[in-house]
Design a protein around this ligand. Sequence first.
Ligand SMILES: [Zn+2]
Length: 544
Amino acid sequence: MMKKIIIGAMVSALSTVSLAQDKQQDVAFSPDTNRIKSHLFFLADDLLEGRDTGSRGHDIAALYIATEFAKYGLKPMGTDGYMQAVDFRKATLVQESPSLTLTTDKGETELKYPKEYLTGPDLLDTQSSLKGKMVFAGYGIIADELEHNDYKDIDVEGKIVVILSGKPKSFPSEMGAHLASGSQKAQYAIDNGAIGMISVTTPTAEKVRPYQSRLSYIHTPRLAWLDENDKPANTFEQLKGSAFLSEGAARQLFDNAEMSLDEIYAMLEKDETPPGFAIPGEISLQKQSKHSQITSPNVVAAVEGSDPELKDEYVVFSAHSDHIGFAKTVKKDNINNGAMDNASGTAVMLETARLFSQMENKPKRSILFVSVTGEEKGLLGADYFAHNPTVPVDKMVANVNLDMPILTYEFADVIAFGASHSDMKASVTEAANNAGIELSPDPWPEQALFTRSDHYAFVKQGVPSVFLVPGLKSKDPEVDGSKVFGQFLSTHYHMPSDDTNQNFNWDAARTFAEVNAQIGFTLATQEKAPTWNDGDFFGTTFGK
Ligand SMILES: [Zn+2]
């Protein structure tokens, strides 16, 4: 059944001239599920070999996306036609190389890699060496807004900070996700003069992401986009090394310290942040990394707006086209097809682009479609685009991100990460209600999803953003959405079985496309550009 949705465009009370044109601008959003399906099946085909950043499979995906944009008559908005090539440095850890030694007055202890600790490849140096005294610094977070400062009574100048992974339970989820992100913690450490950072697992971290599950990522290279001086972005020269300790290794570290690991964990249980203190002894970490350079494209296109002035402003749709390539384990099927991550979101974005291109009455603002690379490597393509946009950064008025919609059941609600920070929440709620579904709060605050997809790169450049995922409520009483989602995460997420053999529900795909397209339409049509809420943390921190 095709559904026609009437959107009453927002009308400016002051402008009587535009009133007649704007009044009841009827727009039929009828996503074609056959198109969504064919995009998804092409992008998730074995021939694309899991679309790893820089691979031929991903290049083919990018070419397919550019070809579709061209087919709909979209305006090329890359740096070379639709393409925006991004150069990356790729660093791979020499697996035999890491050595981590703990020296105390009791003697030397060599910790075992990767059983007891993990360390990633170094993007700046092929030979890394870190040696120094240690200071425990709680979670390693400084947040004036929450009157939290783990560095307040300690001196870490020239030393290695030892910090707990994650954040206090009492932190608001999206703000907390930002404050506890790796790059923020590295920044706090540097600001206080530290030379290295050792993170320690916690009972909460073990629940969210067990140490054991991290072992399957030890061969994963690290990438950073290169700026015009070929310097890797978001890297910290002052930090000479970092590592992540298992519970067992952490226990040894705190053995002679003021507090034992158990005493620290007991405080976390009560949501108390332990005080900082010097840890007796020294730590030294050595490792080798191999460097290479790769290039991978973002693909950028626009549907021009209808208003002579507002068309210089852009509502940005983003979806990552890359995935994680081949699985390391040698099995019959070793291709991570990424059907839901993110062939699904990309397919929805392509259909959204077609819908906007065919609209008779275009919205006032232009719509920019950005297919980003390197998401799985740390939101890199989006971060590159947000730093090197092909339209002025202050003309990007909003970002609507599409990532990993699980399209296997008819969902009765959506979760909109980021919506509560700006006045976009009203547009999201309206779009959801028009599609007959509800807006639900984040059911997984501990997953910090707000910082785990591409919209976060736009947020950090001050662009109000939303990122919708199908909620856990199901229209079908026989289907438990929460169970379906949990099963996806445990049996398909980042595995070769995230492929086209899954049980797709194309009505769900249609609803998802409809809701997102409507949000984009409203934002591009309303007189006023979206704004951060008054006093909002992200608006205050990054907004203009
Ligand atoms: Zn992913």
